[in-house]
Design a protein around this ligand. Structure first.
Ligand code: SF4
Length: 482
């Protein structure tokens, strides 16, 4: 199967999005709202700091033992009756899900919110097989109806206004009257979905945290669709990246507290689902079968490098997006990747390779707002700088390990030569003085158009005299003072 080339043209798409006033207004308003909600949840800076330290420790401890914890998770799940499947690639993960659907004799799957299913483009894959996937999360349902992709990992339809949704429901759902009343719109969506839960034989969900010591899959949500997806159909398939594992059950409350407060500004979500086994004898509900699909898709590459491994600490709260000045201006779709914003810039090069994502690490002001709010203290700016370095370092560079697929995608021999020449000139006084003289005296010869730099900026203009010359002149005048 083919997965879409993510960076259709990130530069063009981001430039286009930044010039769209409606998009900018909608995204700005939504991000301001989410930022306020989060800030209200953390009134005590000391408590927040302690909780972030704890969250960071839990995630780093889990990652330091990841291979062992994954084996333990598998063993516990199997002992509990959950069948575990491993997928290296999106194609493998899609095949596993389709195979399970065939096993359940089902052509349709009902889905709770799962960014990993977006990552593997499951819906497209199933469509190509003549199968259907129905999104049951309201935001995902809206973007599916609009034939779009999520623009935010927590709020998939955040780019849409209630007027957009009113038109969408009216146009796409049969016999639906036009209304802009938000409660009525939610009822319309719920009504369209509810019956499907009872007919679907297979439900699919994501996983927020997988607990190695107990084999428990934890899933937070607000709409109840997650609980229905994981309990009404006969078969439940949970899909997640291999990094979502934690060591112990006691690690879950701090992670959930950080996640929900950072993500939606809630002390806790309306539903917290903890799934440990299929339905047991005597139980009234629950699926007959539970399957867990563990996806790698480039995560092992990040894991293999101690610095890049920090990327995997992420608990997918989305706070970095909400606070990012770039995301706020261009919105989520411009990135062209499943995970937009700062987390997308550091995880996508592992999932898709730097060939397809080379411009992402550069699309940052390095202001650090993302790492300031990250609940597990991922040093995002440092990781962006590292990926920038990898993107200009050729694969065969001596003494430099080949760490990222597509490494060197931005390497240009002329650029390297220019920087080397610059370093040489600036490290030799004679050459430096000569270049300084030339830059000041020949400054009028500089072209007006210096490529991309001058699209939105004035051209660089050397001064008529260098600082050394000005200081020398000043000292001369001082020396001449009576
Ligand atoms: S990088 Fe940090 S702030 Fe961004 S989604 Fe992940 S955990 Fe949240």
């Amino acid at each position: 199967m083919s997965h879409s080339h993510p960076l259709h043209d990130f530069r063009a798409a981001s430039s286009h999005a930044a010039q769209d006033p409606t998009q900018r207004h909608n995204t700005r308003a939504a991000m301001d709202f989410l930022m306020q909600r989060r800030a209200a949840q953390f009134p005590d800076a000391d408590e927040l700091s302690r909780l972030r330290d704890l969250g960071q420790r839990i995630r780093q401890r889990a990652l330091s033992r990841l291979p062992l914890l994954l084996e333990q998770l598998e063993a516990r799940c199997v002992a509990n009756g959950i069948q575990v499947h491993w997928a290296d690639t999106p194609a493998e993960a899609c095949e596993i899900v389709a195979g399970l659907m065939r096993q359940a004799n089902s052509q349709e799957i009902i889905k709770g919110k799962s960014m990993v299913s977006e990552e593997i483009e499951l819906n497209h894959f199933l469509e190509a097989q003549g199968m259907t996937a129905l999104e049951s999360d309201m935001g995902e349902f809206i973007v599916q109806l609009a034939h779009e992709k999520p623009s935010h990992i927590i709020m998939p339809a955040i780019h849409k206004t209630k007027v957009d949704i009113a038109h969408l429901f009216h146009d796409e759902l049969p016999r639906t009257p036009y209304t802009e009343d938000v409660d009525e719109l939610i009822q319309i969506g719920r009504h369209a979905l509810r019956q499907r839960f009872f007919t679907a034989k297979v439900g699919l969900s994501g996983v927020n945290v997988a607990v190695a010591e107990t084999g428990t899959l934890v899933l937070v949500e607000n709409e109840g669709n997650g609980r229905l997806t994981t309990s009404a159909p006969e078969m439940h398939i949970a899909i997640t990246g291999i990094e979502k594992v934690v060591e112990k059950l006691e690690d879950v409350p701090p992670i959930l507290s950080l996640l929900t407060r950072s993500a939606t500004g809630q002390p806790i979500t309306t539903y917290v689902n903890m799934i440990s086994s299929p339905r047991k004898a005597g139980e009234k509900d629950g699926p007959q079968q539970v399957h867990l699909v563990l996806l790698d898709n480039g995560r092992s590459q990040a894991y293999a490098d101690l610095q890049l491994r920090e990327t995997l600490q992420c608990i997918r709260c989305g706070a970095c997006m909400n606070h990012c000045p770039v995301y706020t201006r261009i919105g989520g779709h411009a990135y062209g990747t499943t995970y937009p914003g700062p987390i997308g810039k550091i995880i996508s090069p592992h999932l898709l390779g730097l060939d397809d994502t080379k411009d992402l690490p550069s699309a940052s002001t390095l202001c650090g707002a993302c790492s300031e709010v990250c609940p597990v203290r991922i040093p995002i700016p440092e990781l962006l700088l590292r990926l920038r370095q990898e993107s200009v370092t050729p694969e065969n560079e001596p003494n430099h390990p080949h760490t990222v697929r597509g490494q060197g995608a931005k390497y240009r021999a002329t650029e390297k030569w220019l920087w080397r020449s610059w370093a040489r000139i600036y490290s030799q006084p004679v050459l430096y003085r000569a270049s300084r003289f030339a830059a000041t005296r020949l400054r009028g010869l500089l072209p007006h158009d210096v490529g991309a730099w001058t699209i939105a900026r004035a051209k660089p203009q050397p001064a008529a005299k260098s600082l050394h010359e000005l200081v020398a002149e000043y000292q001369a005048t001082q020396g001449n003072q009576p």
